[in-house]
Design a protein around this ligand. Sequence first.
Ligand code: DCS
Length: 481
Amino acid sequence: MSLKALDYESLNENVKNCQYAVRGELYLRASELQKEGKKIIFTNVGNPHALGQKPLTFPRQVVALCQAPFLLDNPNVGMIFPADAIARAKHYLSLTSGGLGAYSDSRGLPGVRKEVAEFIQRRDGYPSDPELIFLTDGASKGVMQILNCIIRNQKDGILVPVPQYPLYSATISLLGGTLVPYYLEETDNWGLDVNNLRQSVAQARSQGITVRAMVIINPGNPTGQCLSVANLREILKFCCDERLVLLGDEVYQQNIYQDERPFISSKKVLMDMGAPLSKEVQLISFHTVSKGYWGECGQRGGYFEMTNIPPRTVEEIYKVASIALSPNVSAQIFMGLMVSPPKPGDISYDQFVRESKGILESLRRRARIMTDGFNSCKNVVCNFTEGAMYSFPQIKLPPKAIQAAKQAGKVPDVFYCLKLLEATGISTVPGSGFGQKEGVFHLRTTILPAEEEMLEIMESFKKFNDEFMSQYGDNFGYSRM
Ligand code: DCS
């Protein structure tokens, strides 16, 4: 009997080959344990509200009024909502054609795209054109749309950092393209060496791959590094020389925990470099409401901005976006609010600043507690989380542990993370889910658990790790770079 299209054996092989570790084996086991009643600390996903972060008040007030516009007609509305939230809700409703229940243009509401362009212009000091900004359901959808336009067949290669966030590896496999890895240097704070890029491209070309685009994640996930201006200039020059589209994933641009390297956008660096580069390098930059101090992951709001993309291509991308009709309209309003928050003098300004500063300062302290905690553990080394939301310690596994993992049919870091989960309830993602050098092992955890629980979590990690290392340890041949 012939197979039906959705029988497992006959599924699209690209779907079967695609891996997404952030919700992989560890997550599934953690969910099972939770069902059995065990307390699980879900540090596998950068999902701040799931770990107790409270939403910022002002944006929720505005969106609540947009969702329930009849409240605006209630004579008591001013007793519950501040005047600036009411004014903003009216403003956003006036930008829609039929409120939040109506589809918008497939690129997003023109009025919100204009607010995004104004934000980019204020941030970078260069003009930004709303016609070249598309609003999306989270940054993920934008990344998928753009990769879909770039990848034609399996000979098309995309340069992706390793370690990387598996949205990239998964989407490239789904679309049947080829991931061309370039390795970040752990001993150099996860820095990016352009010589590694050149080698990766040369090697891919020798295998008949046409390298078409390069992804950077800045600040990095899972690695947490912030790229310097000098590094960004080298990358842009490289993309220009090699005629690569640069995909700048900048979703963590508000999440910076050191002062030496503030966030600087790829667009600004490109424009600062002047012609001919500023007119030649094709750049797509991505942003989201899921990260920053907003952490509104469930709202699914994002945008991408296109630089030096020919008008006929923009039309094609518009056509592709049109197939899904419209991005979420409430999410577009979150995006509008993120790029134009309350200003000094507005009624809600002080509260907004207090809430957002409170979250960011606490994240900065948590980044430090985690790095210090990991570095105080036996056979664990960890770079400081300069930005983003993750800690990515290297675990130097003893040969006996690697042997035991083999016997259990597990990759060594999966073995370690499963034991950690069973012993402590801490749910992490093994480094192998992000890619890492051969024979080197990591785990990724978010820095998002509540600050008051952080010390306890790190103590419980340390106790587990001590026991693990004494169970499997000897003094010879630990895994290491
Ligand atoms: N880009 C990077 C680098 C990310 O880390 C994420 C989400 C996204 C894009 C997509 O975000 P949205 O689609 O929500 O806008 N990070 C995932 C992670 O590693 N943990 O949580 C989600």
